[in-house]
Design a protein around this ligand. Sequence first.
Ligand code: GUN
Length: 293
Amino acid sequence: MEDKLIRGKVIADEIIAELREEVSSLKEKSGKVPGLAVVLIGEDPASQVYVNSKEKMANSLGYHSVKIVLPLDSSQEAVLAVVEELNNDPAIHGILVQSPPPPQIDEEQIILNINPQKDVDGFHPSNVGLVFTGAKDGFPPCTPWGCLELLKRSKVETKGKHAVIVGRSNIVGKPMASLMIQKGVDSTVTICHSRTADLGAEIRRADIVIAAVGIPEFITGDMVSEGTVVIDVGINRVDDETRPRGYRLCGDVDFESVAPKASLITPVPGGVGPMTIAMLMSNTLLAFKRIEN
Ligand code: GUN
């Protein structure tokens, strides 16, 4: 089993080490460091964990790191005012507003108001378009980019392979499809979702499955062919009284039944999660280089 695991944590650590070296040499040359601002609205426990990890990683890389926590009942205007301030702050090169925001917030409008040059999430339509058209100067969204990096660094052949993506979100499913058909990656892509008529039939035709549907252990062993590469983006909390915290974490893939058939598989946790943060740090460094040069 061990040799089937794609250890995202190990690969993310490699990327972080590469970034650390580059940042320290840039700092020596210019005296400046990349700045990342992370905005959290409310106190959702999972979002707090993600935001704290992003802040901690930015600090550990020697970035200028700012965490802004706004009250749950914040108005749209209050969030827009914070975004505007960060857009105008020369020490900040990357801005991220943690998703999902509370229901009174129009997320689309918030994203539209982030300076695309500082949109290290790659959610602004301008960056979505640049990545979709294959232009060099966009920001690929961190999670799908992290999945692609996992495939590349695990030496998974993507050229001419059939990638089945389960999930159609703007954060993962849709941009994942756009990255997989890029020149040089060259996969053939099928996008499925929770309403796909015969999901098992689609997934059984896959060489590579990317699960990002947000439903715990939705993809089971009977839906997967022998030798498939399985990337599990899901991080779900499932009630479990036997655990100290009263819940356990699991992916969108039922690891126990899928792993025996997979040729390679990401664990949850320790698979895609650490890669998202590594790619965010990479995009922040990229934003810094573009803005400061
Ligand atoms: N929520 C879950 N994933 C992400 C992400 O990559 N960026 C932001 N801003 N929010 C998220």
